[in-house]
Design a binder for this molecule. Structure first.
Ligand code: KG4
Ligand code: ZN
Length: 357
């Protein structure tokens, strides 16, 4: 069939993003306006500030992708899509409203996308990745292992019982006093490179529980105690006085080491669970794992999950880092996968903040 071109808009959390993608997988144009600096001095994303930042950025971000694609207006597109859930309600509304308005103005098909479906399906844009595959989706809001059986057919094998992995990275970065302006996770990864990953004893979560669920709250508490211990050992009493850089690096590296060991443990159970499933063991090749979501942009996470896959006889598919963190491409691509199957939605700016996967 003739290739078609889709605009995807993503505003579910703290990035205002848009992209234009062609149905053959070509990324025609992309634009993103992150908000880390807006939220850096608070304990996390502040919904009202995020909404304001999305409202201020949305017109410019959409205009930018159209211009970068060499299009005069959205009239020249074949379909419009936006993330409609899950996420922050007032933020989702900004993107959904803009997308619905464009679809209605130019009488184009509209597709409302699930944020996690975007994260998982973009693995199929990056590399050949056939159904069924397993997906490890690790972001600021989710840690999940999902059996992806087809477009719209997902079975969650395990999820987080408390903090998501990205959230744990962000909280750990804050406790370590790191600069949050470029995001806590990337900064912790950078600092951890200088540290010894086995120098600080931290417990691997849920060692006795043989399933695919995650828990990072206990690790966070254990890290807090180890930070206090290091401060005490260094004779620091003044709250404002920072720990020596090497201590911070060792704590960061040790946190990251144990956080990833927990991922490995849960993945091993997931691999076991699909071992008897013939669809995964087809003669077309080895079973495939897609590593997606914001934390999948972390080089150490990618390295360790890749080693685990090698040992277990699985193929690993990881999108390039900029397609792991929130972006417009994954939403345009999820819409393309649905449109290929003849599916679209009524034009509507309704959003679903707690849409299950
Ligand atoms: O997928 P994403 O962009 O947004 C959500 O859907 O949540 O993921 C954002 C999360 C944040 O918690 C961020 O700190 C984390 O992913 N993250 C990282 C890295 N880059 C982003 N965590 C660890 N290392 C990184 N390099
Ligand atoms: Zn995300």
């Amino acid at each position: 069939s003739r290739p078609f071109t889709v605009l995807g808009i993503e505003t579910s959390c703290d990035d205002t993003a848009a992209a234009i993608v062609r149905s053959d997988g070509t990324i025609v144009a992309e634009a993103i306006m992150p908000q880390h600096e807006v939220h850096a001095k608070f304990g996390g994303v502040v919904p009202s500030l995020a909404k304001e930042a999305h409202q201020e950025a949305i017109e410019a971000v959409v205009a930018q992708v159209l211009q970068r694609a060499g299009l005069e207006s959205a009239r020249e597109l074949d379909a419009i899509s936006a993330t409609v859930g899950p996420g922050l309600e007032i933020c989702l509304r900004v993107g959904a409203r803009k997308a619905a308005q464009l679809a209605s103005d130019f009488e184009l098909p509209f597709v409302g996308c699930h944020h996690l479906e975007g994260h998982c399906l973009v693995a199929r844009l990056a590399e050949p990745c056939r159904f069924p595959f397993l997906s490890l989706c690790v972001s600021g809001g989710h840690s999940m292992i999902v059996k992806c059986e087809g477009v719209g057919r997902y079975q969650v094998l395990g999820g987080t019982l408390d903090d998501a992995l990205g959230e744990a990275y962000d909280k750990a970065a804050r406790m370590l006093g790191l600069d949050m302006k470029g995001g806590g996770g990337p900064e912790l990864e950078r600092v951890a490179r200088e540290g010894n990953p086995t120098s600080v004893p931290l417990p691997v979560p849920m060692k006795k529980r043989k399933d695919c669920d995650f828990s990072y709250a206990g690790l966070k508490t254990a890290l807090k105690l180890q930070i206090e211990k290091k401060r005490h050992d260094a004779g620091l009493v003044d709250e404002e006085e920072p720990l020596p850089d090497q201590d911070v690096a060792d704590l960061a590296a040790s946190f990251q080491h144990v956080a990833i060991t927990h991922l490995e443990d849960r993945l091993a159970y997931a691999f076991d669970r699909v071992r008897a499933d013939d669809a995964f063991q087809s003669d077309q090749g080895r079973p495939q794992l897609a590593l997606v979501g914001g934390v999948a942009s972390n080089a150490e996470v990618r390295r360790r999950v890749s080693l685990l896959c090698d040992r277990a006889g699985w193929d690993l598919v990881v999108p390039p880092p900029k397609l792991c963190t929130d972006n417009g491409v994954m939403i345009a691509w999820a819409a393309i996968e649905k449109l290929h199957l003849g599916f679209s939605d009524a034009i509507d700016d309704e959003v679903y903040p707690r849409w299950p996967f």
